[in-house]
Structure formats: structure tokens, C-alpha cells
Design a protein around this ligand. Structure first.
Ligand code: ZN
Length: 174
């Protein structure tokens, strides 16, 4: 019986050059506990990360790692300050290089992954990609936001019971 890819836990550390030579493909989870920097900037992490990676070489002989990573988190809505369920999702294509110097020689569309040893921190890389995927600002949809004017459970609000209706009248010209 094979384990579905989503249930496989990816190794924390990998040797990306070896995986390139093998033409490897990896798919699996990274436990959310391996992503402390992400945990410190979101309100809550609600799932493990799920990633798919492919290792291969291009015509120039560069060692490439491409793939996707997803995770479910709660962000703070900047309008009502309540949690907002969000999916972070990143797609990446990186060249494994030894040095900063080599990374500057890459074409613009390929980002570097500087790995100066046989072992590289895969969880750290995927966390970095998720951090880059964070939205600059996050808001609920107006119909779902506690602070949005017109927020209700679908029933028309009693004007007297709705503090925002007063604001609305103030804003009307005349
Ligand atoms: Zn909100």
C-alpha cells in the first residue's frame, strides 16, 4: 500500500545537487512547527505546509529546483482586527549555487538558492517562499467583515441598533 503524497513528511534537510543528478521529484508535508518565522508574522498557522518539488538541470547545466508550496494560515484583517482565513501559495524556480558571486550571474527570472554544503535546509527554503507570498495588506470581504458598513447576518439591521448607520448619515452630503 502506498502512502498518499500529502501524508509524506518531507525531510528537513536535503542534498539538492544529489537530487538533481537523480532527477528526483518530492511531494509531501512540512510540519508547521518547522516554520517559526512564519508563525511569528501570522495570527495562526492552521495546517502543515504541502510542497511539490522537481530537481533537474537546464541546457546550461544549472541545477534547478522548481515547485510549489501551500499552507493555510489566519491573518489579521486590517479593518476589524479579527482573524481572516487565508491560503498562502508560492511557485518557485531556483538555481542551486555555491556562492553569492554565482548567484549574481543567474538570469533575472531564476532566483538563487545558495547552498554551500551537501545539506540544505528545505523547510527553511519553503518557509522563505511562503513569507514572500504574504499579502502586504489583508482584509475580509466586505460582506464578511465585522467592521464593514452594512455588515449583518443577512437580515436588514434595525437602524437604531446599528452604530454605523449614524456614521453613514454623517457622510451623506447635505
Ligand atoms: Zn474584517
Amino acid at each position: 500500500m502506498s502512502v498518499p503524497p500529502s501524508k509524506i513528511v518531507l525531510p528537513r534537510y536535503i542534498d539538492p545537487r544529489k537530487l538533481v543528478l537523480q532527477g528526483a521529484k518530492l511531494a509531501g508535508q512540512v510540519p508547521s512547527g518547522a516554520m517559526p518565522r512564519l508563525a511569528s508574522v501570522v495570527a495562526d498557522i492552521q495546517s502543515d505546509a504541502v510542497a511539490e518539488l522537481e530537481f533537474d538541470r537546464d541546457e546550461q547545466g544549472r541545477y534547478l529546483v522548481s515547485g510549489t508550496v501551500n499552507i493555510y494560515v489566519a491573518l489579521k484583517c486590517q479593518r476589524c482586527l479579527e482573524n481572516l482565513d487565508s491560503e498562502l501559495s508560492a511557485r518557485f524556480r531556483l538555481a542551486v549555487v555555491w556562492t553569492e558571486e554565482q548567484s549574481r550571474q543567474l538570469p533575472e527570472q531564476i532566483d538563487p538558492w545558495i547552498v554551500d554544503a551537501d545539506s540544505a535546509d528545505l523547510a527553511g527554503l519553503l518557509e522563505e517562499e511562503l513569507l514572500l507570498a504574504l499579502p502586504i495588506v489583508s482584509f475580509h470581504r466586505e460582506s464578511e467583515c465585522a467592521a464593514a458598513i452594512g455588515y449583518s447576518t443577512g437580515e436588514p439591521a434595525e437602524p437604531a441598533a446599528n452604530p454605523f448607520s449614524v456614521l453613514k448619515q454623517w457622510k451623506k452630503p447635505g
